[in-house]
Design a protein around this ligand. Structure first.
Ligand code: HAM
Length: 416
């Protein structure tokens, strides 16, 4: 039997794994600069958590959730996204009682049963933040700024920010009514999914990828015309903050978002060169979700991005993020005594935080020097009979060829 990896998943192998490590570390750093602290939640949760939060009509719940029952017949799901678990944890652990604002970030695998293609997988890795505890538009801008800083920290240049407001639950009612009126004469021309969307959540009609349905989108009523005064003001203030922070944006009234919990601000980071899966990251406000999941009514905003798409975008721009791992020092040991002393040298170097390597399978001096050169190490430490007698070491700079003899005890301080 040849075992194969499940479709839509991938192994992260060296040297690619170094790039993953690099982007994760960069995200830790940028999130910390904004005062966010890490939260980790389980890979699986009660299925109902996602059904209630993502929305019954969303693709995530309708088609993409990995559901399973445990031995006691309880229904669980592999998490398709990170927001609902963070909110569940926020409520369960009473985080709202500990501080007025909770700034949480996370990274980890998410699971959606979708048709795999470039940039779309069944297990994918998200990074994200959730800012819980204020409706002030300054925080909408901060969350967006965090993502933009992260992208520029990595050197990415061509990512674009699109923003929209989907309004609050009151303006959404008027807008849904207007959409139903607009789509009613075309109902028979819509795909089966859209007929359900028409009933359950009309704004999802704008997100349909079927070409015949997509055609109706151009003339559909715009959410913007249905925003009430407070929602309009919130949006205008967000734009003002983005301008003060010198973050470029375009307004796209057709941003719908695939999950149902959004209110007011919705945004996406688009990378045009990624083809169909061109959304690097997305998020928005979800002011009603915490109360909906049983917590105290608390406004919140967040976003999540996909590491796979990010790495694809970095590749498109030719950005080399993590250099291949090379030893600092390669040990060349001749003779039995040198081999014994060499073990001590290895420990000293590693304690100093240096990457030191030695290969006991290569015995001749020539083979060891060849291996040292091939490894890309910066230095070789040569230890043979002469050095043992003198209690010294020969340090060779492998790029210049310069050699330096030092006393054995000077190794602990030697400036590599
Ligand atoms: P989302 O738009 O569903 O939002 O996903 C966010 C990002 O995850 C996407 O922009 C994309 O980069 C990545 N992504 C989604 N699905 C896949 C997939 N199948 N394969 C590869 N990458 C994928 C959310 O998940 C929300 N929880 C974001 C949020 C946080 N909103 C508020 N707070």
């Amino acid at each position: 039997m040849n075992y194969k990896i499940p479709r839509g998943t991938f192994d992260i192998l060296p040297p690619q794994s170094a790039k993953w490590q690099y982007v994760k570390q960069s995200f830790h750093k940028v999130a910390s600069n904004y005062g966010f602290e890490e939260i980790s939640t389980p890979i699986f949760e009660m299925a109902e958590l996602f059904e209630r939060s993502s929305g019954e009509s969303s693709d995530v719940v309708q088609k993409e959730m990995y559901r399973f029952q445990d031995q006691k017949g309880r229904s669980f799901a592999l998490r398709p996204e990170g927001t609902a678990p963070v909110v569940r944890s926020y409520i369960e652990n009473h985080l709202g009682m500990q501080a007025a604002h909770s700034r949480l970030y996370y990274m980890g695998p998410m699971f959606r049963y979708d048709r795999p293609q470039a940039g779309r997988y069944r297990q994918f890795y998200q990074y994200g933040v959730e800012f819980i505890g204020s409706n002030h538009p300054f925080y909408d801008a901060e969350v967006i700024a965090l993502e933009m800083d992260f992208l520029s920290e990595l050197g990415l240049k061509k990512a674009r920010l699109e923003i929209n407001s989907v309004g609050c639950s009151t303006c959404a009612l008027d807008y849904d009514k207007a959409l139903r009126e607009y789509y009613k004469p075309h109902l028979s021309e819509l795909c089966t999914d859209c007929k359900t969307r028409y009933e359950l959540r009309p704004r999802r009609l704008l997100d349909c990828k079927v070409p015949s349905c997509k055609a109706f989108r151009t003339d559909a009523p715009s959410q913007f015309d249905y925003l009430d005064a407070p929602c309009r003001e919130h949006f205008d203030q967000l734009c003002g903050y983005l301008e003060l922070m010198q973050i470029e944006y375009t307004i796209n009234p057709q941003i719908v978002r695939g999950l149902d919990y959004y209110t007011n601000t919705a945004f996406e980071i688009i990378y045009d060169d990624l083809g169909a899966q061109n959304s690097l990251a997305g998020g928005g406000r979800y002011n009603a979700l915490i109360a909906q999941l049983g917590g105290k009514d608390t406004p919140a905003i967040g976003f999540a991005g996909g590491f796979e798409r990010l790495l694809l975008a970095l590749e498109k721009e030719g950005i080399e993020i993590a250099k291949p791992l090379k030893p600092d020092i390669y040990l060349v040991l001749m003779g039995e005594i040198a081999q014994t002393t060499g073990m001590e040298i290895l420990r000293i170097l590693r304690k100093r935080g240096l990457y030191a390597e030695y290969n006991p399978e290569k015995t001749s001096f020539k083979a060891q020097m060849k291996a040292a050169d091939a490894s890309g190490a910066r230095y070789a430490i040569l230890l043979g009979e002469d050095e043992i007698k003198e209690n010294s070491l020969l340090i060779k700079d492998l790029s210049s060829g310069n050699q330096n003899k030092i006393a054995g005890k000077a190794l602990a301080e030697y400036p590599f």
